[in-house]
Design a protein around this ligand. Sequence first.
Ligand SMILES: Nc1ncnc2c1ncn2[C@@H]1O[C@H](COP(=O)(O)OP(=O)(O)OP(=O)(O)O)[C@@H](O)[C@H]1O
Ligand SMILES: [Mg+2]
Ligand SMILES: [Zn+2]
Length: 490
Amino acid sequence: MNLALYREFRPKSFEDVVGQDYIIQTLKNQIKTNRLTHAYLFCGPRGTGKTSTAKIFARAVNCTHSIDGEPCNMCAECVALSEPNTDIVEIDAASNNRVEEIRDLREKVNFPPLIGKYKVYIIDEVHMLTDSAFNALLKTLEEPPKHVIFILATTEIHKLPATILSRCTRFDFKLLPINTLVEHLKKVFEKKNITCDEKSLHLIAKAGEGSVRDMLSVADSVASFSNYNITVETTEQVIGLSNKDSIKNILLSIANKDVAGIFVNIKQALGNGKNIQVLCKEMADFIKNLIMVKVGVGDYAVLDILPGEFASIADIAAKFDINYLKQAFNKFSEIELDLKYSLNPENLFESVCLQLVDVGNMPTANATKLTVTAQPKQQEKPTQTLDADKLWGNVLIKVKENNLFALSNALKNVNKVEVANQKLILHTNDLSSHEMIDNQDRINVILRMVNLFDDGITAVEVVYDKDSASTQDIKDNLKEVFKNKIKFKE
Ligand SMILES: Nc1ncnc2c1ncn2[C@@H]1O[C@H](COP(=O)(O)OP(=O)(O)OP(=O)(O)O)[C@@H](O)[C@H]1O
Ligand SMILES: [Mg+2]
Ligand SMILES: [Zn+2]
């Protein structure tokens, strides 16, 4: 049996939309101050609230008793617009993509609304329109009748012509962070009287990969399978930890130079119905976790693993040399896009796995020493400096996670860190970053973040030194190790 939770829990007012706070606030403000525009573009990944928000917006602009920009969902207009009606027109561009259909639309938009003040056209999957259909749409967008609002929605913004983009107010819907998904799932289960343990909540939310709809679909299957009493066992049976297991197995057969094993394990992974591109991304993610564990990141908000998994991940990480992991990580990241365009993605993926078998620098069982890079220059450095690097990497991630954007930007120009007498000394050759950081409040913030990882440090100091320009070490190290997590201004 299927509950279709994602249908039942379609948001009915703005406050029900989870995670897209900036967008919702802006839309509400526009309604409150009556500063609507005639064309909106909602872009972003699947199942993040584009269509739902468009429908709420369509009611809100027509609601006669709107409070704080929210539709009241009770007035005559709201009620009429909640049912199928002629004033909210949903067009699926995937199946109505021809120029004739858009021409037809251009005629119809001229008829005034029957219920409220505005007619709202929601054109879903707008990137599917043909070129001539786009041109026809463009004409309407240029001079829309006063009573019409267009909302174009798409998951593939890059396929839209610039002429369309420039005529729309654009909102980028974002994938939702795991914690937000967990909170939302908890509420949904509570309302449905479905019991669920914390770990399963986490597993289900994670399986959604940032999409509320995908998460609720998974939740549906797990709930039905477990007869509304979800346990870790039932969850694992439905979601199948086999994903992670098959990734581990592929990696281990690479490590053991077990070529037959590589082929068998890849087949097995794909046998679970997995797309090769997804498999590749998961390989890269998994290896990234191994790298982070190896360099000493112990924070679950950064590591993409569950608390209970740490020991087993650390075990696997110990089997590999860090340089080897870095190469593997690079390789799988590099081919992710290529796979999409490859005529034979499976062969490409297998060939990368085989290349990794041949890499000279093979994992060794005793390669447990933590080195940040292979260059001998680095290994001669005092251990203290290496520890400082690791510590600093963690701090940078924390700063970013806390949305301290300005500080985070300035800290990117720190190109050397060292610990001396319980003091963390930051060196920068960028004068404006130095000025920005060298302020008691900011130093205190940094110290707090530092103490999350090392409470032996009692002070932070920032030093401006012009000559450190050549000291690229840290930047390079961090860039290599944390690749996607840390970005430097070049
Ligand atoms: N931000 C959100 N808050 C709450 N529920 C959401 C959100 N996003 C998606 N959902 C859930 O997923 C379902 C589908 O959402 P919606 O149709 O708005 O997504 P979408 O972004 O338009 O997806 P697609 O790109 O596939 O069209 C909703 O009915 C709701 O259950
Ligand atoms: Mg949609
Ligand atoms: Zn209303």
